[in-house]
Design a protein around this ligand. Structure first.
Ligand code: TXA
Ligand code: MG
Length: 326
């Protein structure tokens, strides 16, 4: 039985699993994580092996509270302190200088570490009872869509690891990653916390975007967040033509499609035109359409603007991957 219920007994089993050095499917408010004891080298190695993830891609360390960050950092800049107070627990990951105590495997050999206090009540309970920190990359095989439901984690890894059932993730997209380094505040991965919201808290300029050629930085790898079928990001105006070319394609839109757009009815999903609601439903919708065996996924390009940046970023990456099995 690998699904653990959201009960005290389920939480106790989850904590026991982490203590034994096992891997655990852990719900967070963003996506499910593949959790393991951050101080156990064998457990950390198992995370990389299970995901099929290159060892130079660092992991996020999850903590029960901001107070725990001190053990992991060599420097805790004012900007990090303000952001942690404003957004933790929540969908924000802070990249800061690491302390010497952090396992090199966790940081992919870098001198920085990524930290986050998640908001999901079950994640916080597990972390508090475990008493330590856990690494938790998204609980998907490398390059695939992040899971937003316990069943998605089971679909990725089978019955090999216990998954704590925390229901559907409220955010549905991975955390915003912000580096507070060298006096700079820089968004490395867009999420639902926008640069404007971040800048309001730090009172500083906020830079956006990672160094393009560094594979360790999120976003520099194109084959990410991909369903099996090739995905195309298509403007509203171009959708009908694309569908004429590939009538079997599945279609995801954020507004009711115009009259001439006629995909197979079972392959059309109209998601809310609100970026947060769209983001929450996106991965589950893509998984569902992928499972129907559609040869192609056509997704209506989202509107411009920072509120849609996280959705746009994930869709652009999925489109660039071109479908990993294709
Ligand atoms: O919402 C989330 O962040 C989820 C949940 C489970 O917490 N986790 C997640 O982890 O998305 P993962 O491993 O799938 O993505 C973490 C990203 C990676 O792209 C990694 O390169 C980046 O964080 N990262 C980790 N440590 C870093 C560091 N020291 N410097 C720059 N990027 C870092
Ligand atoms: Mg991931």
């Amino acid at each position: 039985m690998s699904l653990l219920p959201a009960t005290p007994a389920g939480v106790a089993q989850a904590v026991e699993c982490l203590r034994r050095g096992g891997l655990l499917g852990l719900p967070t408010e963003t996506v499910y994580g593949l959790a393991a004891d951050a101080t156990n080298p064998l457990a950390v190695a198992a995370v990389f092996a299970t995901k099929g993830r290159p060892v130079d891609h660092p992991l996020i360390v999850h903590l029960a509270a901001a107070a725990g960050a001190r053990d992991w950092t060599a420097e805790w800049p004012e900007s990090a302190s303000r952001l942690a107070s404003a957004f933790w627990p929540g969908p924000l990951t802070l990249v800061v200088r690491r302390s010497a105590a952090v396992l090199p495997a966790v940081t992919g050999g870098q001198d920085t570490v990524a930290l986050r206090v998640p908001r999901h009540p079950l994640a916080l309970e597990v972390l508090a009872r475990f008493g330590g920190a856990v690494v938790a990359p998204s609980a998907n095989r490398y390059g695939r869509l992040s899971p937003t439901r316990a069943a998605d984690v089971l679909a990725e890894f089978g019955e090999r690891l216990p998954v704590l059932d925390g229901g559907e993730c409220a955010v549905g997209l991975e955390s915003t990653i912000v580096a507070c380094l060298g006096g700079e505040v820089r968004v490395l991965r867009p999420g639902i916390l926008t640069p404007t919201a971040i800048s309001r808290v730090t009172g500083t300029e906020v830079l956006v975007g990672a160094g393009e050629r560094d594979p360790r930085v999120p976003g520099a790898v194109k084959a990410h967040y991909a369903p099996r079928a090739p995905l195309s990001l298509v403007s509203t105006a171009a959708l009908p033509d694309c569908l004429r070319e590939c009538p079997e394609a599945a279609v995801v839109t954020w507004q009711a499609p115009a009259g001439e757009l006629r995909p197979r009815p079972d392959r059309l999903r109209v998601l809310p035109a609100d970026p947060r609601q769209f983001g929450r439903a996106l991965y589950a919708t893509l998984r569902e359409l992928d499972a129907l065996g559609a040869p192609r996924l056509l997704v209506e390009a989202p509107p411009a603007g920072e509120d849609w940046a996280a959705v746009e970023d994930r869709l652009r990456r999925a489109a660039a991957a071109g479908g990993l099995d294709g």
